[in-house]
Design a protein around this ligand. Structure first.
Ligand code: ADP
Length: 202
């Protein structure tokens, strides 16, 4: 697949929930597979929204993905136990993709840079902002270091304008600023909203 970059590089895809990040990741990975490139997709093990070993968009398109609980596990999978990326005999994929990149630990940044330096096309999709509208985890640093950044928007469910925020609702009411970013087991839901209609309770 022709890339405008010489050798490895980072491509970041961000936006709120429902903005089509997974769709875009699946589109890029799908084209690489058509080009018969070697592709490996990773996703955080906590995101089992649809299928355990795949990435699915809200529209239902699916690709294979390996769930991992740390970047150390990604490294081990790519190299065989504990070896360095540049170890002789290690064949890296042409494309390594990460979905829900905001949930990875801070080791994702050095790993992504190492992969790019080793000639790999690294595609990372994730939320740029958490439900409070604050930069999410490793995403700011990935955005700064990427060769290519695509910011997608969803549609605000209140007014129909482009949505740049993810509204978190708990029992139908806007979540509080002090609520943890990851809340397991609560009756919560998310909506895409514009800046005007995004509400965070104090
Ligand atoms: P993301 O990975 O960014 O959460 P997905 O790729 O999983 O997004 O899903 C995007 C799809 O979600 C859109 O193509 C559309 O069909 C659907 N969708 C549902 N609600 C909305 C919304 N409020 N704005 C835009 N798309 C929406």
């Amino acid at each position: 697949l022709k890339s405008p970059y010489h050798g490895g590089h980072l491509e970041v895809i961000v936006g709120p929930m429902f903005s089509g990040k997974s769709e875009e990741l699946i589109r890029r990975v799908g084209r690489a597979l058509i080009a018969r490139q070697r592709v490996q997709v990773f996703k955080p093990a906590i995101d089992d929204r649809y299928h355990a070993a795949s990435v699915a968009s809200h529209t239902g398109r699916v690709i294979a993905a390996l769930p991992v609980s740390s970047t150390a596990q990604v490294r081990a999978h790519l190299t065989g136990e504990g070896a360095l990326l540049e170890t002789e005999g290690v064949t890296l994929p042409d494309v390594v993709a990460f979905d829900e990149a905001q949930f990875f630990d801070s080791g994702l940044v050095p790993l992504a840079l190492e992969l790019a330096d080793a000639g790999v096309r690294v595609v990372l999709a994730g939320l740029d902002l958490d439900f409070r509208g604050e930069p999410f985890g490793v995403m700011p640093e990935l955005l700064s270091r990427a060769e290519s950044v695509e910011k997608l928007t969803a549609i605000c469910v209140v007014c129909g304008a482009p949505a740049t925020r993810t509204q978190r609702l708990i029992g139908g009411r806007p979540a509080r600023r002090s609520d943890p970013v990851v809340l397991v087991g609560a009756a919560e839901s998310y909506e895409a909203r514009c800046r005007v209609h995004h509400v965070v309770e104090d």
